[in-house]
Design a protein around this ligand. Structure first.
Ligand code: ZN
Length: 397
């Protein structure tokens, strides 16, 4: 990476030299500002290893200069801004900060240029974890249309790190209004996080926040689970059932997460038959191992172990997986007569059980991070709603 940077530095230097030798005919504000932004974009391509794009951009800029006649001090600003960025990329943030602060404080540069300097200064502060300093700079940049979206995104990152969920909601709501992004998963998750920590005497209602989460992101399973559990606390089991069952429609990968709550609701309502009907529906729709195991439990209680066993056997044909296999051996083992056959089945059951126990229950579908508990934001790749139950995602259907 560093070698590539040094290979490309002559191009950047040539650009600087060229700029330095151009006569400053007149201050073409609009053109120069556009070029300044292009230059920063080019450097950012370099820093993110997109060297081909960087070369194309620098060459394009050089060509433009032949006709646009840029002014001299503009190139000095850009060279210094670049130098600061290079220092930051090499971990020498002290130097980057000094350069970017000097650019921001200099009386020689325009308002537009100082915004660029502020933007890079904020990145310097972010890279060393000075979030309060970065925050005040990004708050300034939010008022500038060209910088607003990037600044709001960074503010959302900051408030997520500092767990200031109310502020996170405010910036994500503003972002949703100006962004072209199709989904609002982050905003929905911020509502959920805020609802989770809301004090008992708060004027805000967690139900309202969670309903808002579902409004901005209708597939937000977390909001449904939280809303369902709130209804259960209020002993409104009929409403809880309606909300929890909707998880199957929202994202069937997570349907295993709501089964204990749903069963409890149906028990309170005295409608366990309806729980079975839901499991049959979910089994057909999702191929989730948790659903098939829960269905086997219900069938065993209602009919017999033989019927449950035949159901598991049937399901293994269409949807083979370790969890169903473990249950199947258990049935075989319990039915076997004493002897070597039963001993072998017991050993096999134990080995498969150990294998399942040693494995993880959840995995990030983005970066592969694994865990024993469900987390809505992956601690490794920082993506929301990418960690999923392995019983839900490892079962083809
Ligand atoms: Zn991840």
């Amino acid at each position: 990476m560093i070698e590539l940077l040094f290979l490309l530095l002559p191009i950047a230097a040539a650009y600087g030299w060229y700029m330095g030798h151009r006569s400053a005919k007149k201050d073409q504000e609009d053109v120069s500002n556009k070029l300044s932004r292009d230059y920063v974009t080019g450097v950012n391509f370099l820093l993110s290893n997109q060297t081909e794009k960087a070369v194309d951009l620098f060459l394009d800029m050089l060509q433009k200069q032949e006709t646009e006649n840029e002014i001299e001090h503009r190139s000095q600003f850009e060279a210094e801004l670049t130098l600061g960025n290079l220092f930051r990329s090499r971990g020498e943030v002290d130097r980057a900060l000094r350069i970017h602060q000097a650019l921001d404080n200099s009386p020689n540069y325009s308002f537009e240029q100082k915004l660029l300097a502020k933007q890079q200064l904020a990145k310097d502060f972010m890279s060393v974890g000075f979030f309060d300093r970065a925050e005040s700079l990004y708050i300034m940049l939010v008022d500038e249309p060209e910088f607003a979206e990037g600044a709001l995104q960074q503010l959302a990152v900051i408030y997520q790190k500092t767990k200031e969920w109310k502020k996170a909601i405010n910036v994500a709501e503003k972002l949703a209004k100006i962004s072209t992004k199709a989904d609002n998963i982050e905003l929905a998750q911020f509502y959920c996080e805020y609802a989770r920590i809301l004090p008992a005497d708060s004027k805000e209602n967690p139900q309202t926040l969670l309903t808002q989460a579902l409004k901005v992101s209708p597939t937000c399973v977390r909001a449904s689970i939280m809303l369902g559990e709130l209804s259960m606390q209020q002993k409104d089991y009929q409403t809880a059932v309606k909300i929890l069952e909707n998880v199957l429609v929202q994202n069937s990968d997570y349907v295993g997460e709501i089964l204990p709550q749903l069963q409890e609701c149906y028990q309170h309502l005295g409608q366990l038959d309806n729980f079975e009907l839901f499991l049959i529906r979910a089994s057909q729709a999702s191929g989730n191992a948790s659903v098939d195991l829960a269905l086997a439990d219900v069938i065993e209680q209602k009919d017999s172990r033989a019927v449950a066993q035949s159901k598991i056997y049937q399901k293994m044909g269409s949807n083979p997986n370790m969890f169903l296999f473990h249950r199947f051996i258990q049935y075989q083992m319990d039915d076997a007569e004493q002897g070597r056959g039963k001993e072998s089945l017991t050993l096999l059951h134990k080995m498969v059980g150990e294998h399942i126990k040693q494995g993880f229950d959840y995995r990030c579908t983005n970066c592969g991070y694994q865990s024993h508990k469900l987390m809505w934001c992956c601690p490794s790749c920082r993506q929301w709603e990418k960690i999923k139950p392995i019983r839900g995602i490892d079962n083809p259907n």
